[in-house]
Design a protein around this ligand. Structure first.
Ligand SMILES: Nc1ncnc2c1ncn2[C@@H]1O[C@H](COP(=O)(O)OP(=O)(O)OP(=O)(O)O)[C@@H](O)[C@H]1O
Length: 233
């Protein structure tokens, strides 16, 4: 079963079509990147794929569950139990330490998370020595690594990342990409929207969106091949 399956997805805002019939599947263990010009609908696709935005028409399934028509509570439970998010702006709680931020989603979901699991997640992103720091005392790259630890701690089946390296320098962005690229190894999936073509080239597959449609789907392309596909008329 696919982790995420999108079929004939359309999305309009106020009658303006943004996605015009997108079909794309993400397999367990796959790292998919979505690229495209500004305004082509990348973020909208990510939000519809993850159930943060309802589709106008078409089908979106996560782990076989059709999101259309799903009750709000069931959708929230599906997201809570199976989906993780990484945003460009990190979205950490400023008043909480790194350790508390990592533990928060599990606590909110009333799921047991041990101190060992939290510490392991922070160790996995190389931040054991920053566990007691608040976000304001961390660099952007470190904050994004805390955000990834927060995702890793709940072991979601699918991780959606919207421009995860967008606010980072090359070195910090590279560390974040290394962490994201490791996630699929044990059968989990990553869907990442990015402007960064070298980031996209870390993915197993790259979907090029244009004007709300899939223009190309490329298997393990180089950054140069992604660049060429973006420039095609
Ligand atoms: N909530 C919304 N209400 C109205 N229009 C929206 C909304 N969200 C997105 N749009 C419009 O949908 C179009 C696609 O936006 P989207 O953010 O998906 O593009 P994108 O490819 O991610 O762009 P960028 O690379 O600049 O982030 C834009 O024209 C945008 O103005």
């Amino acid at each position: 079963m696919a982790s995420v399956e999108v079929d004939g997805l359309t999305k309009e805002f106020g009658g303006n079509p943004v996605l015009r019939g997108v079909s794309v599947g993400v397999e367990p263990g796959e790292f998919l990147a979505v690229v495209g010009p500004s305004g082509s609908g990348k973020s909208t696709l990510l939000y519809c794929m993850s159930g943060l935005e309802p589709a106008t028409s078409g089908s979106v399934r996560i782990l076989g569950h059709e999101l259309g028509g799903m009750r709000r509570g069931a959708l929230a439970a599906l997201r809570r139990d199976h989906v993780g998010f990484v945003f460009q702006s990190y979205n950490l709680i400023p008043s909480l330490t790194a350790r508390e931020n990592v533990a928060l989603p599990a606590r909110l979901a009333r799921r047991k998370i041990s101190a060992t699991d939290v510490d392991q997640a922070l160790a996995d992103v190389g931040l054991s020595d920053r566990a007691a720091y608040r976000p304001s005392a961390l660099s952007g790259g470190q904050q994004q690594r805390v955000a990834i630890a927060r995702v890793l701690a709940v072991r979601p089946d699918v991780v959606f990342a919207d421009e995860p390296t967008g606010a980072l320098d090359t070195a910090s962005g590279g560390q974040v990409l290394d962490l994201l690229a490791k996630i699929p190894a044990d059968g989990r999936s990553v869907v990442m929207v990015t402007h960064d073509l070298s980031a996209a080239a870390r993915a197993d597959r790259v979907v090029v969106l244009r004007d709300g449609l899939v223009h190309r789907s490329l298997l393990r392309p180089s950054a140069a091949e992604v660049f060429a596909a973006l420039g095609e008329s």
